[in-house]
Design a protein around this ligand. Structure first.
Ligand code: HEM
Length: 116
């Protein structure tokens, strides 16, 4: 991944209407909405494993033990439904938002706000 975390911090503004970033200790890193799961530590985390009622696609990814990388989060954010289909999971997504550009930067930012 060649993302720029500083640019991605700005890009995350597009995500925070639905996603917060909050540490397990309860520290709020980015105040955000609750429509989507908490994205703290999402890079390196098993997909569909936060305290959230996921759709069937990410539930299948969780069962498969799929672990998010910067690359896969960037691809997912660009088109969640297409990403699920491309990876052999049920192409049903509760996230309909598609990030047009800068996914690598947002992924690098997400990697930077949580311990590896
Ligand atoms: C799920 C990233 C914007 C709603 C996810 C997941 C990631 C992600 C990585 C999977 C998390 C996991 O496996 O625990 C992003 C990024 C965004 C963004 C990087 C901005 C570029 C949004 C927006 C909304 C949204 C704007 C609401 C309008 C959701 C929902 C899910 C989800 C509902 C759960 C999907 C499901 O269960 O099928 N998002 N998201 N996201 N996101 Fe986003």
């Amino acid at each position: 991944a060649e993302g720029d975390a500083a640019k991605g911090e700005n890009g995350f503004k597009k995500c925070k209407s639905c996603h917060m970033i909050e540490s397990p200790e309860g520290e709020t890193i980015v105040k955000g909405g609750k429509t989507g799961p908490n994205l703290y530590g999402v890079i390196g985390r098993v997909a569909g494993s936060a305290d959230f009622k996921y759709g069937s696609g990410l539930a299948e990814a969780a069962e498969a033990g799929f672990v998010w990388t910067e690359e896969s989060v960037a691809a997912y954010a660009a088109d969640p439904k297409a990403w699920l289909a491309d990876n052999g999971f049920d192409a049903k997504s509760k996230m309909s938002f598609k990030l047009k550009k800068g996914g690598e930067d947002v992924a690098a930012y997400l990697a930077s706000v949580a311990p590896a």
